[in-house]
Each structure stands twice: as structure tokens, then as C-alpha cells.
Design a protein around this ligand. Structure first.
Ligand SMILES: Cc1cc2nc3c(=O)[nH]c(=O)nc-3n(C[C@H](O)[C@H](O)[C@H](O)COP(=O)(O)OP(=O)(O)OC[C@H]3O[C@@H](n4cnc5c(N)ncnc54)[C@H](O)[C@@H]3O)c2cc1C
Length: 311
């Protein structure tokens, strides 16, 4: 990054442009080397300006939500990381004329657990699963986040995106290609908001369900230690990844300060100062052991980004 890049960023984003910012401050794993520039953008115009600059200067750009599904390598990220804030933290509800459902529009920076709580308070069915997920609406849509049999795809009726040329487009449900823990998007597309259609239901039953699933989460997941949630995707037509790792006897396995959680075998926890290289080495050991024992190839669910550190 040149001095003129820095000057331009400071002029346009002031203190919301941070240089050599450690990514460990922006990931729930608390792991990751520095990014050249992390920019917090509050308006569509801000994104448009940034995209035009990045395109002109040829810099790589990555969009980050709450950093709850990413592992950033120890050498950090070259180029720009964009986080959404301000206008993208808004959401609103419009009841349908039939009175039996409502449409919620939520900005990409809204925390998905907050959206889940809002829907629950309104007595709307379909977002209870989101209550324990620490990501943003943008990240949850991109990952098609889900739990307890529900996922983002179930209630999404459209999303608004910026394509990498800086045009805003609305993508409707029939064109959205969701899959298990994924949404196909054009490379470089930035989700700005999502629209969700939800039916009104029995608020008391929803509340009971929320209490039950939150309790199950607390009992089964290592929520007091930094992690990125499930590290591996559940393989199709097999036991869950966590069960395979557990049955391979890997709970408690450590590399440096990274450890296979003793509470949930598909979580790797950071016991203090784990490095990305520790986590990656542990992931390789898990993949090899599970393949040897069950012939199953575990694929990462966490998004791995950035560069290795120079030794
Ligand atoms: C304790 C814990 C529990 C978890 N439980 C669950 C669970 O039950 N179910 C589940 O599915 N996940 C779970 N996760 C994983 C994670 O919270 C979800 O995948 C979440 O949806 C990621 O959202 P995020 O905003 O943190 O995205 P990030 O981690 O910041 O990003 C993930 C990916 O989405 C992309 N992205 C982010 N925002 C945008 C945007 N606006 N436009 C385009 N792309 C974008 C990023 O570039 C990256 O590729 C858990 C994680 C933790 C730490």
C-alpha cells in the first residue's frame, strides 16, 4: 500500500480506516496477523467510492462480518478488509396485509442473534435458530448459517448486493443458490441487506424452544473460549463431523495453544495465544486421523484467509 492509498483512505474514512490492524481483534478465534488497511464503511456511497478506488489501484478487498467463521493466517492479509457499520445496522418490519406474516429487512451488519431475538419478540417463526450464532446477517447469508434444523435459506426472500463493478442489485429467492453452509455469489459481491418472510406463531412456544436450544448450546459448546464454531462441515450421509472426531479419540488433542475442545469435538479452541499455524496443523492431524479411521475426508467449514508468516 502506498502513501497515496493511505492519504486517500484517511481523507475518505478518517479514523474508520485503520492501518496494520491486527486481525486477531476482529475474529472470534482471536487469531490472525495484521491487514494493510481495515475500513469500516457506513454508507452505500462509501462502498461505491472504496470499490472504485480498489479497482483502479488493483488492491485485493475482502469483506468481513463479525469474523466468527474465519481463520486468518499469521502473516495477515494484504490489501483491504471492509467491515460494514452505520446504515447497514438498521432493520425494519412490515406486517403483510393478510395479518399472518411479516417481512423483515435487515442490514448486513445487524447481528443475526439480534435479528433472531427481534423475530422472537414479535412472535415470528423461523429465526429462533439464529439466537446463538455470533455472526452478522451478511456473514450468515453468505454461509447459509443454521442450527437445530433451520437455516437462513428457509426465510430469505431476497438479498441486496453490490457487485464488484459497484452496481447494486436485488437477487430474489428463485435466483438465490443456497447450499449446506453456503450461498453462491459472484466473486467480490458484497451483501448489503436481506429480506425475510416469517409467519406469526405461538410466542410462548417459541420462547420455550429458545430457552431449550440455548441451554443445549451452553451444555454442548465451549462458549467461554475463543473459537470459530464448527471447524469442519458435516460430511454428507455420514455421522456428524464432531462425532467422527470424537470417535477417533481426538478430543483434547493440542498443537501449541490450539486444542480440540473436550466439550465439542468439532470446535477448536484458542487457549490463549494460539497461532493460525497451530490451528491449521491441528486440522491436518484431525483430517488424517478421521480419514485413516473412517475413510471420510473432512472439509473445512471455516473460511481460511491471508498469508503465512515469514519465519
Ligand atoms: C461460538 C460459535 C458458535 C457458532 N454456531 C454456529 C451455528 O450454530 N451455525 C452456523 O451456521 N454457524 C455457527 N458459527 C459460525 C459463524 O457464526 C457463522 O458462520 C456466521 O454466520 C458467520 O457470520 P460472520 O458475520 O461472523 O461472518 P465472517 O466470519 O466475518 O465471514 C464469513 C464469510 O462470509 C463472508 N461475508 C461476511 N459478510 C459478508 C457480506 N456482507 N457480503 C458478502 N460476504 C460476506 C466473508 O468474506 C467470509 O467469507 C458459530 C461460530 C461460533 C464462534
Amino acid at each position: 500500500m502506498t502513501e497515496s492509498d493511505k492519504d486517500w483512505l484517511i481523507e475518505h474514512f478518517g479514523p474508520h480506516a485503520m492501518f496494520d490492524e491486527p486481525m486477531c481483534r476482529h475474529t472470534t478465534f482471536r487469531i490472525g496477523g495484521p491487514v494493510d488497511a481495515l475500513i469500516s464503511v457506513k454508507t452505500e456511497q462509501g462502498i461505491k467510492d472504496l470499490l472504485a478506488w480498489v479497482r483502479m489501484r488493483g488492491h485485493p478487498l475482502m469483506i468481513l462480518g463479525a469474523g466468527s467463521n474465519v481463520l486468518v493466517r499469521d502473516g495477515g492479509v494484504r490489501g483491504f478488509v471492509l467491515k460494514l457499520a452505520g446504515d447497514f445496522e438498521a432493520f425494519d418490519l412490515v406486517p403483510r396485509a393478510n395479518g399472518s406474516s411479516a417481512m423483515i429487512t435487515a442490514g448486513a451488519a445487524v447481528l443475526v442473534r439480534r435479528l433472531g431475538k427481534y423475530a422472537l419478540d414479535q412472535g415470528l417463526v423461523g429465526l429462533n435458530f439464529a439466537l446463538g450464532i455470533p455472526g452478522t446477517v451478511g456473514g450468515a447469508l453468505r454461509m447459509n448459517a443454521g442450527a437445530w434444523g433451520g437455516c437462513m435459506a428457509d426465510s430469505t426472500i431476497s438479498i441486496k448486493v453490490f457487485d464488484r463493478d459497484g452496481n447494486i442489485a436485488s437477487i430474489s429467492r428463485d435466483q438465490l443458490r443456497f447450499s449446506y453452509r453456503g450461498l453462491e455469489l459472484e466473486k467480490g459481491a458484497i451483501i448489503l441487506s436481506g429480506q425475510f418472510e416469517l409467519k406469526y406463531g405461538d410466542r410462548e412456544a417459541l420462547q420455550k424452544e429458545a430457552v431449550r436450544t440455548q441451554k443445549r448450546r451452553r451444555l454442548s459448546q465451549p462458549l467461554s473460549l475463543p473459537s470459530a464454531g464448527s471447524v469442519f462441515r458435516n460430511p454428507p450421509e455420514q455421522k456428524a463431523a464432531g462425532e467422527l472426531i470424537d470417535e477417533a479419540g481426538l478430543k483434547g488433542l493440542r498443537v501449541g495453544e490450539a486444542e480440540i475442545s473436550t466439550k465439542h469435538a468439532n470446535f477448536i479452541v484458542n487457549n490463549g495465544h494460539a497461532r493460525a499455524s497451530d490451528v491449521l496443523e491441528l486440522m491436518t492431524q484431525v483430517q488424517e486421523a478421521v480419514f485413516e479411521r473412517f475413510g471420510v475426508n473432512l472439509k473445512p467449514e471455516v473460511t481460511i484467509v491471508g498469508q503465512e508468516a515469514h519465519s
